[in-house]
Design a binder for this molecule. Structure first.
Ligand code: FAD
Length: 461
């Protein structure tokens, strides 16, 4: 029988700050740097021992496109571009301008994958630390956001869990970049979980090395005419080997092809193929199931690669993600909502804080094998209005990253890392402006916000 009980503790307010950012993934990293660069006293808490979120802990790569759909104009710039430039300087990324579509770097996919950015997770961890330190952000790793105290519609304190126990932070403005909108949910902001409770499948990413990449290229070239889409299912890279393995009883997964993305090093690849349905990334029981199934799937895929795929005979498993990849959980209710129609009609509202052209990419929408993938018309892009970062109901909170106010399909487009970084940068600047002027994010001065973003090299036309 389940029992409830009340639990109370005396908690010390150890930190006071202008802006508190929870979660140091692509969105939170950029939010914290941007806020601090605007002069706000800024603190970042992150449950891992490093920043990057899915980009580091999840081993997700590459950064999806930052260009318009024709591949002519680099749209997502600002902090994203600065981070890429630092990575490139250290040999930890290939600049997207040099990466062609339909190549090993894009898993040989043509649509929507122009100018992606291969990068090394280890270099990103280092660059993130450097940029945060240079901006003067107070960073606290191994620290989880736990709860909020509210007075009416204001958050007065965030309760955090440090290694050494419970503690509290008082901030003027709170920025939720947990990916799951943990802080917004704790504060009572309404949200939708996935699409009416149904969320995109989870995936355990992994990396392999010691691959003879030229043999993979050759095999793909030989079989490129076999790429096809049938009943919502994409038959892409290596599906000819997957069907052979299935016939031999060596393949049990709900995937028909392999998502394989070459990394910065010539012999290294990221594998995005495992698929775990019906996972709720806000529930530890469900996450535990995903992790264990994910690792089993990695083992099966790795054995398949070594046995069937030319060039992978001597491959080494470098690592699987230290966390399962979660594509979708909560979408908060904001004062504006990004819809899939806004995206496909390429609407650019006056209060846009980010321009992007990422495709609508919803895995498993019509069953485990399927993918919905809708690209933006050539040369076009859409804008994300500021109000999507502003939750209803709480007056000193902003939300950035994959959990902004958007319908599930629209979130399927802006959930990738470059837009999440752009959303984080916008939230950080808005938080700093609001903390400085003691205004609520809902009435943030749009002209000032866009001007500051442009000064921080964000492309807004
Ligand atoms: C399988 C998979 C494949 C993908 N493929 C690509 C791709 O090829 N290219 C691409 O660009 N994007 C891809 N994405 C999308 C992208 O990785 C994520 O959507 C993006 O990282 C979201 O950024 P975020 O900052 O909102 O959240 P996250 O990256 O999830 O970061 C959230 C951060 O908050 C921290 N956190 C969470 N809860 C708490 C808490 N309570 N307290 C403290 N810290 C907390 C986490 O540790 C994490 O560091 C993929 C995603 C998945 C899952």
């Amino acid at each position: 029988m389940l029992k409830n009980f009340d639990y109370s503790r005396r908690v010390k307010v150890e930190y006071e700050t202008d802006v508190l950012v929870a979660g140091g993934g692509p969105a939170g990293l950029c939010a914290a740097i941007a806020a601090a660069r605007c002069g706000a006293k800024t603190m970042l808490i992150e449950k891992n021992g490093f920043c990057g979120g899915m980009a580091t802990a999840g081993l997700v790569a590459p950064f999806m496109t930052c260009y318009d759909s024709g591949g002519e104009l680099m749209l997502i710039r600002g902090l994203f571009e600065e981070i890429v430039d630092r990575l490139v300087e250290r040999g930890g990324a290939i600049h997207p301008s040099l990466v062609e579509t339909s190549s090993a770097f894009t898993s040989y996919i043509t649509d929507g994958h122009i100018h992606v950015t291969p990068f090394k997770a280890e270099t990103l961890k280092l660059v993130a630390d450097e940029l945060l330190a240079e901006a003067g952000v107070k960073v606290l790793y191994h620290t989880s956001f736990l709860d909020v105290e509210t007075e009416g519609d204001i958050i007065t304190r965030a309760i955090i869990h440090k290694k050494d126990g419970l503690s509290a932070v008082e901030a003027k403005i709170y920025v939720d970049c947990t990916g799951d909108a943990d802080m917004a949910a704790a504060a009572g902001v309404p949200y939708e979980l996935g699409n009416n409770g149904k969320m995109q499948p989870a995936t355990m990413f992994f990396r392999i090395a010691n691959v003879d990449s030229s043999k993979i290229d050759e095999d793909i070239e030989k079989n490129r005419d076999k790429f096809r889409r049938v009943n919502g299912v994409n038959y892409r890279s290596l599906h000819w080997w997957v069907s052979k393995a299935r016939e031999a009883g060596d393949w049990t997964l709900d995937r028909v092809s392999i998502g394989l993305f070459r990394g910065v090093d010539e012999d290294e690849w990221s594998i995005n193929t495992s698929r775990i349905m019906d996972i709720d990334g806000t529930d530890s029981e469900s996450l535990t199931r995903a992790e264990t199934i994910g690792r089993r799937q990695v083992d099966e895929i790795f054995r398949f690669l070594k046995k069937y795929v030319p060039g992978c005979e001597n491959a080494r498993l470098v690592a699987s993600g230290s966390t399962i990849g979660i594509r979708e959980t909560r979408h908060i209710e904001g004062i504006r909502k990004l819809t899939v129609e806004d995206i496909l009609d390429c609407r650019v509202p006056d209060d846009s804080i980010l321009l992007a052209a990422n495709s609508v990419d919803v895995h498993g929408k019509f069953g485990p094998l399927s993918n919905e993938y809708i690209t933006i018309p050539p040369g076009k892009y859409y804008g994300v209005p500021y109000g999507c970062l502003v939750p209803v109901g709480i007056k000193n909170l902003l939300v950035a990253g994959r959990s902004i106010s958007a319908d599930s399909d629209a979130a399927g487009a802006i959930r990738v890392m470059p837009p999440c970084m752009g959303l984080g940068q916008a939230a950080g600047v808005a938080a700093a402006l609001c903390a400085e002027s003691r205004t609520e994010p809902a009435v943030c001065d749009m002209q000032k916000l866009r001007q500051r973003l442009i000064e921080q090299k964000v492309y807004l036309q």
